[in-house]
Design a protein around this ligand. Structure first.
Ligand SMILES: C[S@@+](CC[C@H](N)C(=O)[O-])C[C@H]1O[C@@H](n2cnc3c(N)ncnc32)[C@H](O)[C@@H]1O
Length: 281
C-alpha cells in the first residue's frame, strides 16, 4: 500500500483556522488532516471521501485523535446534507482528483500494471470503466477525451474504443497505440485521466456546487481548493469569481499559489497543483 504525500501542507496550514471544525472534504488517506490536527490542538475534523477504502486507512492513521475526528463516506457534492456541525465549521479543504493510494490500488488507474479497467473511487457505485466505455454514447466519449484529457483525435479514439471494447489496462494501451501510432507516458496519463474523470463524473456540477456551498457556510469560514487539472481549476475559479462579485466570498489568494520547487523535487505529483483560498464574508 502506498500512502499519499499531502500537497502544500504548510500553505494549507497557514490558511486553515486553528480552532473549530475543519471539513476535509476529500480526506483520502488522511495526510492533510493528520498534519493539521497535530499542528492545532484545538482543531477538530470531519473527514469525507467517496472512497471507503481510503477512508479506512485514514481512520487507522488518525485513531490517536479519538473523538476529535469523525468520518463520513460520501460525495462532497452532498456535504450540505451530511451530519456536520455546521455552526462550528471554520475551514473546508478540497484537495481534488486522485491519490497515490488509489493509483497503487488494483483498480486499473495505472497503465503501468495489467488490471481490469475499473477506476471507480467507490467500487459499489456506478459502472466500472470497462463497462462505461462500451455503453457510453460516441459523442460523450469524444467530449470526455477532449475536455478531461486535452486530447486531439478524440473522435478516432472514441471510435476505436467502441470497436474493440477494451476490458483491461493493456488493452486500453493497445487502443491508444493503434490510434496515435505511439503510447508514451504523457499521452497515456492523459487518456487514463480522462477516463477516470468521466467514470467518476468528477467535474459534473462542480461550479454550481462551489458557488452554492459558499452561500451556506458560516461567516468567516474559509474554503481552500487544491486543483491539478485545467478543467477542474477553471470550474473552481469561475465559481469563486461569481461569489466574489456577489459579495459572498472574499479572495485570500489574489495570485494563485503553487508548490515550491523544493516540494516538486521531493514530490513530483505536486507539480500541477494550484491553490485558491476564499473566506465567507
Ligand atoms: C488528492 S486525493 C486527497 C488526498 C488527501 N488530501 C490526503 O492528504 O491524503 C483526492 C481524494 O478525493 C476523493 N474524491 C474525489 N472526488 C470526490 C467527491 N466528489 N467526493 C468526495 N471525495 C472525492 C478521492 O477519492 C481521493 O481520495
Amino acid at each position: 500500500m502506498m500512502l499519499h504525500e499531502p500537497v502544500m501542507v504548510e500553505e494549507v496550514a497557514q490558511f486553515v483556522k486553528g480552532d473549530g471544525v475543519l471539513v476535509d472534504a476529500t480526506a483520502g488517506t488522511g495526510g492533510h488532516t493528520l498534519f493539521l490536527l497535530s499542528r492545532y490542538p484545538d482543531l477538530r475534523a470531519v473527514c469525507v471521501d467517496r472512497d471507503p477504502e481510503s477512508l479506512e486507512v485514514a481512520r487507522s492513521r488518525l485513531a490517536e485523535f479519538g473523538e476529535r475526528v469523525k468520518f463520513i463516506v460520501g460525495d462532497y457534492r452532498y456535504l450540505p446534507e451530511m451530519e456536520i456541525p455546521w455552526e462550528n465549521v471554520t475551514s473546508l479543504l478540497f484537495d481534488l482528483g486522485m491519490s497515490s493510494f488509489q493509483l497503487s490500488s488494483p483498480r486499473g488507474f495505472s497503465y503501468q500494471r495489467e488490471e481490469e479497467l475499473d477506476m471507480r473511487f467507490n467500487r459499489e457505485e456506478g459502472r466500472a470503466a470497462w463497462e462505461f466505455l462500451r455503453t457510453a454514447p460516441f459523442s460523450q466519449l469524444v467530449l470526455m477525451f477532449r475536455d478531461y484529457g486535452d486530447l486531439r483525435r478524440g473522435e478516432a479514439l472514441a471510435r476505436e474504443v467502441l470497436r474493440t471494447r477494451p476490458r483491461t489496462t493493456s488493452q486500453m494501451v493497445e487502443v491508444v497505440r493503434r490510434v496515435y501510432g505511439k503510447a508514451g507516458p504523457e499521452l497515456l496519463s492523459r487518456v487514463f485521466q480522462a477516463i477516470r474523470i468521466g467514470v467518476n463524473r468528477e467535474l459534473e456540477g462542480l461550479e454550481d456546487f462551489v458557488y452554492g456551498l459558499a452561500r451556506k457556510i458560516p461567516r468567516g469560514s474559509r474554503m481552500i481548493f487544491l486543483t491539478y487539472h485545467s478543467g477542474e481549476d477553471r470550474l473552481v475559479k469561475n465559481a469563486l469569481k461569481r461569489a466574489f462579485k456577489d459579495g459572498i466570498l472574499k479572495n485570500l489568494t489574489p495570485r494563485v499559489l503553487k508548490p515550491t520547487p523544493e516540494e516538486i523535487k521531493k514530490n513530483p505529483r505536486a507539480r500541477s497543483a494550484k491553490m485558491r483560498v476564499a473566506e465567507r464574508c
